[in-house]
Design a protein around this ligand. Sequence first.
Ligand code: G6P
Length: 749
Amino acid sequence: MRQAIRFVVGLVLGLALLTWITSVLVQRTTRNWFERDTSLRALLVVSGARQALSSHWREGQSRELRSILTEITRDERIMAASACNADSSLLASTADFPPKFSCRELAKHVRSSPDASIESWSAWHQPDSLPGGSVLVSAIPVLDGEQPLGFVVLVHDLSYAERREARTRQFVLIAFGFLAVAASVITLLVARLSWRSWSDEIHRLARGEAPKQPEFRPILRDVRELVDRIMVEKETEMEGGAWTPQRLKLTLKRHLQGEKVVIVANREPYVHERQADESIRVLHPASGLVTALEPVMRACSGVWIAHGGGSADRETADRNGRIRVPPGEESYFVRRVWLSKEEESGYYYGFSNEGLWPLCHMAHARPVFRSEDWRHYQTVNERFADAVCEEVDSDDPIVLVQDYHFALVPRLIRERLPRATVMMFWHIPWPNSERLGICPWRKEILEGMLGSSIIGFHTQIHCNNFIDSVDRFLEARIDREQNAVVQQGRPTLVRPYPISLEWPVHWLIGGPSPEECRSSIFADLGLKPDALLGVGVDRLDYTKGVEERFLAVESLLERHPMFRGRFTFVQLAAPSRTLIERYRQLNESVEQVAARINERFGQGTYRPIILLRSHHEPPTVFRYYRAADVCYVSSLHDGMNLVAKEFVAARDDERGVLVLSQFTGAARELTEALVVNPYDIEEASSALATALNMSREEQRERMRSMRAFLAEFNVYRWAGRMLVDAARLRRRERLTGRLAEHLVESTSS
Ligand code: G6P
């Protein structure tokens, strides 16, 4: 309405200006017409009286001439007349002839010089003014044959023309005034009516009814999207409080209409293994990825597509490779993809773990890139992308692609399902661009990942490294403000999402108390009641710094003899990727280092290092966490490291100390841990000594603070934030898509 009023004010001002211009133009034109008419009439009058005028003129009969002139002035528009001789003297004039117009003055205009020839004489007309109003003066030559006798001067009254002009101006003003009022009223009326129809439609929309007028539909659809978005954002703001499985489920429902979530990850959450006694056992693999994502899937349901690598996986799945999990509380599906020995060797052991894994970790292992492995990697990525297409039930599914095994999958999905929302999470570090340059297929890897809508890393540094890599190796626009890479107008957001654990960890519910754990573990390991226990839990991987850890224990015993015979460090080491030479070497060297230290400081049954090289199921792992005085996580390079978080989560008694490598993502969050450089053996051993001497109050304070952090920044929040960002992006893409549709429609119609 305010706009309509503004329009009306503009309209009135415009019309006023137009009126003024018009009236000036009208006045000029009519004045010209009047003057031309009057001049013409003057010529007619004089030519009508020419006969009489010239005969009296020749005779010099001024009295007779005056009566002719008086006769001429009977015309109501001729005020006065005079007759001037050829020599510019006055011959005769009517009684009230204005002296202003002397024969001498006017003669200049009628002829150029007193003795000029006949050709140089011509009629002359000029507007002028007298006190009574405006006049037109005409001087018209009178000839006798070819001989000029003089000229007649007629003074015409033009006041009637002024009166007519005033009336015309009045009329123009009234007409334009009427027009202005009419246009304003119509504009306001139309604005009011359209506003009412708009507000009616919006009210209808707010009440959830369909709009009546079809032309409003596209706009109202956009309004609805906007309202939805505002509501969603408000809800997210207001939701507050802790992130729980219920809240995650609700978020999925509200923001993504309860879409089914499809996860693609190499490692499956439940592996079926045939045992020596022919029975089948379900194992939970040692994988930070599985630890984090399994609770998310339990909350959201959907499908987890993974490599079926267990010895009894085929016989436990249906003919499509599907199985409902978790066993006993089935809430989502695992879809197993079967790989041949060659595929597994090339894609998993070769390209993923001998190529990309050492490429991304600064742990002094040389990456090996073989073309054969790359071919398998491409084929297997294609197979997983096909599996995604088989599992989704719409053309715009939400797909969460996990880790370095599937760098090509986002693009492959985008090619198959252009409207899909693909999020890729890279669980390990991303190298700087110089290091990435080692990989012969760096461009293909980057292009593949950029098929995603969002790419997530644990830390901002890894996001920066990724963006720099794109900048260095690809032709793409980097939007540094949005932290996005834009290719062909489609953005891929690059964001840090530090991963975490479920809270509370379900393995702890109903489990033994820390005291029970301590006494049972002490009994299992044959430790004295006053012994001090350190724990390490890892896959046997060279990035975990297990040798450095043992060296720190050795240094502790060396520099602090009080702990000899008393401190034992137990290492739960899950065998991992054992077909790879570097891992085999690690197995041996870890064993050797442990044996050497045990040899050096062992006494009787006392061994400072206990290396338990086998797979341990989560309940056992948690028993160790709860029994220990200190947990040492010494990774040489780690995206996040969930062992550190698990140890904190396990200590609901607020006891125990975490010694943590500064090269883990977790060190940025768990700042109350004793943060060390694992390469600095003395510093690490001092931290172990500090931990073992730490008062209960300090332990409690540190633990409490870290636990509060984990309770808030749990994995439901991690997933929730990613899904909300995806939903926002999805809405934006839909709106832009619709806008494009409107544009196409309007240009084609
Ligand atoms: C790391 C990777 C995961 C992987 C896990 C275990 O955490 O980021 O993707 O599952 O190691 O490795 P594995 O090769 O046994 O799956």
